[in-house]
Design a protein around this ligand. Structure first.
Ligand code: SF4
Length: 214
């Protein structure tokens, strides 16, 4: 029997279509985006990434060399720009320790290495693993937690929610990539803080939505 989470994926895909995530021209840009998007909407991240590209610093060596103050100015649209500048500088220092970006992305214990970088938590690390390194790590964000809690009454910490997806889905990088993107789409458009259950494409079978007025 198809798992509930796989069935949910199929319904979301039917409704929203393929999302083709993550936005980014290169794997390095995906990694930068994963850090810059912490606590801010993607539109702000796009502005910061455009600034960095115009400055010609979308590669590890250039980020290491650029003055901190200049980098702060370029990524200002993303908020928390001082902390994020430190995070980017720390990330490229670690990447360079392993030689090239390719070598870095191939290291066996990449998840622990990423998590050891101050300012990189589970969600950012898994975003990098899945979308930049093409490794099967499901990304759990606030939308994922909210949707699972409302639809299935499932609550848990990051690792617990991640394990549920790991257990119920076949291990597949394209599936994990697409699923996370579709949950973001559902969260942004319907399963918001104040949810718009009426018209939600997966209201049927949702314990919260079926009991709500709108
Ligand atoms: S029906 Fe409502 S609570 Fe359920 S997933 Fe849709 S928007 Fe969220």
């Amino acid at each position: 029997m198809m798992s509930e989470l796989k069935a949910l994926f199929n319904r979301l895909l039917d409704h929203f279509g393929e999302q083709g995530w993550w936005p980014g021209e290169t794997r390095f840009e995906v990694m930068i985006g994963a850090i810059l998007t912490q606590n801010v909407s993607w539109l702000n991240v796009e502005r910061a990434i455009d600034n960095m590209k115009e400055e010609g610093i979308m590669e590890p060596g250039a980020i290491r060399r650029v003055e901190k103050e200049r980098l702060q100015e370029l990524i200002k649209p993303t908020g928390f720009y001082r902390q994020k500048t430190e995070r980017l500088k720390r990330l490229v220092r670690v990447i360079e320790r392993y030689g090239s970006l390719d070598e870095f992305l191939q290291i066996e214990d990449l998840r622990s290495v990423l998590l050891n970088i101050k300012g990189i938590g589970s969600e950012t690390a898994d975003s990098i693993l899945l979308y930049a390194a093409d490794r099967p790590h499901f990304v759990v964000d606030a939308y994922t937690k909210r949707i699972l809690e409302r639809r299935q009454g499932i609550e848990g910490n990051y690792q617990e929610i991640k394990s549920i997806f790991d257990e119920e889905l076949e291990e597949s990088v394209p599936l994990y990539k697409e699923y996370h993107a579709l949950l973001v789409e559902l969260g942004k458009n319907y399963c918001k803080k104040n949810p718009s259950c009426e018209g939600c494409p997966v209201r049927d079978g949702c314990s919260y939505g079926e009991g709500s007025e709108g």
